[in-house]
Design a protein around this ligand. Sequence first.
Ligand code: PMP
Length: 416
Amino acid sequence: MHVFNPYEIRGDFPLLSRGIVYLDNAATSQKPRQVIEAVARFYESRYANIHRGVHRLSMEASEAYEGAHEVVAGFIGARSWREVIFVRNATEAINLVAYSWGLSNLGRGDEIVVSVMEHHSNLLPWHSVARRAGARLRIVGLRGDYTLDYEELERAVTERTKLVAITQVSNVLGTVVDVRRVARLAHSVGALCLVDGAQSVPHMPVNVRELECDFLAFSGHKMLGPSGIGVLWGREDVLEEMEPFLYGGDMVREVRYAGGALEPSWNELPWKFEAGTPNIAGGVGLAEAVRYLQRLGMESVRLHELELTRYALKRLSELEGLELYGPPPELRGGVVPFNVRGLDPHTVAALLDQRGIAVRSGFHCAQPLHEYLGLREGTVRASFYVYNVKEDVDALAEALGGILTLLMKEAVAGGK
Ligand code: PMP
């Protein structure tokens, strides 16, 4: 398998020239020149509102925006681009399903099953609609090696289950979930399966038909694309049955005014779920980001991150005073959470920032997971992407080594 040369592609990312060691990729990724230029070119030469006019510019902009749906559909193996709905981000994608599908399909006694490692975005929408509908949220735990407890999941999924909402890759632990196994389990009781792909779609090959899921949510900004554009993929027959989420222009085919009353009929997919003027340039930028990733090859992206993760775990496990969390590298994405014994995560992140290294600290929008693991102050998280190199890991390990030495000296001085 040909793995791209990460040193070569670093030149595509203007921000990296600032010299910051960027290890906060699970929060958001940097953007290659190709994406930045595609967005600028679109504004400079083809910009107008979509689906609004018969004039040339509007038609060109509509074509570019629709074409972006096709590019994304191809990337995730969707049967049709009409199954691809552009939203703001993964959060909005999940809320769309919660409000549109959840509020009309959940009732008293029904259950939604999630895992304890979900991001708040895949917990709070379900918590909210469950409360409104009188349904119950069941939360499945982890095994000792930080992988999903599939046996507990099998016990939790029953005839009462209407939906299993699960992340494919944990944004804190990196844990990779066998989503097909979860989807099959959900289907065996007639439930649907929603996959939070925010941390998987940018980092590994994801094919919705192979996953056998019913919904997939992800964000463009974590996969080299612009912020403000994300995707909900849904099975066409399920989307057809759903009520719109937002109401307004473009989602409606026509609104008759018969006998003084409004009679709207909804537009075809995906427009039924894309009310109002969308993030047109964001869609164009996302398509360019997908093309960039396709050139690298998603298998190669995964292998590259696996190699970096293995190397990081090796380097960091050599440091006395560091606690590492998460499953073995083969079972995790490029995410390495840790703590420095005796320092809170934010202090560690601030000390790393002083040394030119960007990492995230705190609960990473997954506070229940941290409580479940007994990590009351949170964690520090280093996370990798295509442009990271071994030298970034070395910089992190050396900086942490320096911080640990300082701590030790202070402890000795304090003990005198
Ligand atoms: N799910 C997971 C697993 C995530 O990591 C994130 C982003 N941290 C989200 C959902 C939400 O993504 P966004 O903020 O782009 O909506």
